[in-house]
Design a protein. Structure first.
Length: 312
């Protein structure tokens, strides 16, 4: 979304996405440095992570997923709630974590209310998580960019792969080569039609993949602070909408965003995934800390101050 307030009617002005993508590639060394700083900050005091698998030590309860054998249900724990729960044991062996980075046109939006464009912040989150997880002994792959690896220089390889192809039309990767019981971190603004997002998430979960959605939004996209005559552009399609008085459509816009949030939370709750919302006016350490906590089985980790919002 690009807003140009108080303009007379004019020919549509499209963002030069090729130029913007080249800018991301040029900024990659700086984005990699930011990612390393974030990973170093979050890594302080963190030593690996626990996960479910064969073992004797109790790890956590999680919600029962459709298709699992009923004998796995912990009926005593389930009796205390409206949901069915499964008791999981701790497993020390590493497995694969996939990271999907949305590099579509909508991610190239940024306003002066944010500290960075959405695509820049998403790249920092992806690289920081890659660095942090590999330090903990995990195998990490970037969907469509890098095969799973545990090599220490993988974060540099990931940065180079993103720099080579910073702009795509990819949607959620429901056909990616996920293994059973692997995990997926999906970093996106999730502003595609929900009719495309919901079945893709469900299909991935049906392959026994546990997922975490990190929704990256510019503050403008959540607050709609526009007033007066405002011209909006869709950078991907070259479409234009002119609002004579932008404040008159604010309530409808915010209601649509709230409805989207509710529907995303409903689908992640149903399949047992987690989700968080991160605004680009907040530090990148916040979502990285929360994601690491989710992967470690500690959903209660919260940064100090006003954190990125956990939605499930």
């Amino acid at each position: 979304m690009v807003a140009r307030p108080e303009l007379e009617l004019a020919a549509p002005v499209a963002i030069d996405l090729s130029r913007e993508a080249a800018g991301v590639s040029a900024r990659m060394p700086d984005l990699l440095m930011q990612a390393r700083f974030v990973a170093n900050t979050v890594a302080h005091g963190i030593h690996g992570r626990r996960r479910a698998g064969p073992g004797e030590t109790f790890w956590q309860f999680r919600r029962f997923q459709s298709g699992e054998p009923a004998r796995r249900v912990d009926w005593r724990r389930s009796a205390r709630d409206d949901h069915l729960y499964v008791r999981e044991k701790e497993w020390e062996a590493a497995h694969t974590v996939w990271i999907w980075l949305d590099r579509s046109a909508s991610m190239y939006f940024g306003s002066n209310l944010g500290l960075a464009r959405k695509i820049d912040r998403a790249v920092v989150l992806a690289l920081a998580m890659t660095d942090l997880l590999i330090r903990g002994g995990e195998r990490v792959g970037l969907v469509g960019l890098m095969r799973p690896t545990a090599q220490r220089h993988a974060v540099e390889r990931a940065a180079m792969a993103i720099a080579r192809e910073p702009l795509t039309d990819d949607i959620l990767p429901d056909a990616a080569p996920f293994g059973r019981f692997s995990e997926l971190i999906a970093i996106s603004d999730f502003l595609e039609p929900l009719e495309a997002i919901e079945p893709a998430i469900t299909a991935i979960a049906g392959r026994r993949v546990h997922g975490h959605l990190a929704q990256v939004l510019d503050p403008v996209e959540e607050t709609f602070p526009f007033r007066g005559r405002t011209e909006f552009h869709d950078g991907a399609r070259g479409l234009r909408y002119v609002a004579g008085r932008a404040e008159t459509v604010r309530e409808a816009y915010l209601n649509r965003m709230a409805e989207r949030r509710v529907r995303l939370k409903a689908v992640t709750d149903r399949i047992g995934w987690s989700g968080l919302i991160h605004h680009t006016d907040r530090p990148a350490q916040e979502p990285v800390l929360m994601l690491h906590g989710r992967l470690s089985g500690n959903a209660d980790i919260r940064p100090a101050g006003k954190p990125s919002e956990a939605v499930s």
